[in-house]
Ligand binder design. Structure first.
Ligand SMILES: Nc1ncnc2c1ncn2[C@@H]1O[C@H](COP(=O)(O)OP(=O)(O)OP(=O)(O)O)[C@@H](O)[C@H]1O
Length: 340
């Protein structure tokens, strides 16, 4: 019977070549380590394939194609594009369609009060303690304690590094101070990661990185005014409501109603848009159509009766005035009734 102690001694004294299995194992471990580093760096930021972000449905009329052509042209000219327009006019759908046209991954970011520099760029996710065991030579177990600072990149860093198209929706809802890091991205092609320690504190902007930002017109409540120095670096494309034909096609693509019904809904939407001070976007037309498809309410001639149209449009638009007192809702009801 072989004495265990002596076997260890013998083995320790012999130079052992790593077996093929050991080599394969180490290679696999390295691959895994690389993959998990990438996941870690990307944090929760998904990199979408361009075809995944195509809005569904997406209607392309001359008006839509012309706007998207302008956006795509400016992106090709390496200019960040800022889509500005009223709520529900189609900015997000256009931004995603233009992003999908580029054959690059897409990173999505939603602006709001909570977005600060860290949320854009990344942060330390705490220290991670792990033990490294060296069992290369059987019988020898060398342990080393390593504490590694984990840094997790957020959407801007991921997009800049990967050469993605960043779609930054409702950009003007975020605190303008958070956007200081954007200046050097667009001006010098460098992203600084404040808070990051070590040599890779900055990232060189990938040549294929592009940004499409969307904002409601600045007069809308709750929107911060962004610094001029930054706005100056964007191309501004105004996205107004589409022409009636495009709106009809859009509403018809979303809701299964007859062409006559869709035409009546779009005509009513556009009349209310002109008559009321509140924003009556294409989204409102789609929502009204969704309701009308359920409530029906056709008269003897097969047309929507006015009373049903009034009720549905009042319900759709009430959230825009609710909270400002009951009299505003009464006012809305009578203005809708006058228009329809
Ligand atoms: N070309 C299009 N084809 C199909 N649907 C569209 C198109 N453009 C806009 N829409 C639809 O119209 C509605 C409003 O569009 P979107 O959300 O893009 O507007 P927005 O201007 O980004 O709105 P908000 O300012 O509220 O974010 C959505 O339901 C969207 O799907």
């Amino acid at each position: 019977m072989v004495d265990d102690t002596s076997r260890k001694r013998t083995v320790r004294g012999t130079k052992i070549r790593a077996s093929r299995e050991q080599k394969e194992g180490r290679k696999a471990k390295k691959t895994l380590a690389r993959a998990s580093n990438a996941d870690e760096r990307n944090g929760d930021t998904p990199l979408s394939d361009p075809e995944e972000v195509v809005p569904e449905p997406f209607v392309e009329t001359d008006a839509v194609r012309s706007l998207r052509g302008r956006i795509s042209g400016w992106l090709e000219a390496d200019q960040p594009v800022h889509l500005i327009g009223p709520t529900g006019s189609g900015k997000t759908a256009l931004a995603l369609s233009a992003a999908a046209e580029r054959d690059r991954p897409v990173v999505w970011l939603n602006g709001d009060e909570a977005v600060d520099t860290e949320a854009l760029v990344g942060s330390h996710a705490g220290g991670e303690r792990y033990e490294e065991h060296d069992r290369y030579v059987s019988g020898v177990d060398k342990k080393t304690q390593i504490v590694r600072e984990r840094w997790v990149d957020n959407p801007l860093s991921v997009a800049v590094r990967e050469g993605a198209t960043l779609v930054y929706n409702e950009f003007s809802r975020s605190d303008p101070a958070a956007h200081n890091v954007l200046l050097s991205v667009f001006e010098e092609g460098v992203l600084e990661r404040p808070g990051k320690r070590g040599e890779d504190r900055t990232i060189d902007v990938h040549p294929e990185f592009r940004a499409i930002l969307t904002s409601n017109d600045v007069e809308y409540a709750g929107v911060h005014e962004q610094q001029d120095a930054l706005l100056d670096r964007f191309i501004g494309v105004h996205v107004d409501y589409y022409d009636a034909e495009t709106e009809r096609e859009i509403v018809g693509a979303h809701v299964d109603l007859s062409a006559d019904d869709i035409a009546a809904i779009v005509e009513t939407t556009r009349a209310l848009r002109d008559a009321l001070e509140i924003v009556v976007g294409t989204r409102a037309a789609i929502t009204a159509a969704t309701g009308l498809a359920v409530f029906d309410g056709h008269d003897g001639d097969g047309e929507f009766d006015d009373e049903t149209l009034r009720r549905v449009f009042t319900d759709v638009l009430t959230p825009k005035v609710a909270g400002e007192g009951g009299s505003d809702i009464d006012d809305l009801r009578s203005r809708v009734a006058e228009t329809i």
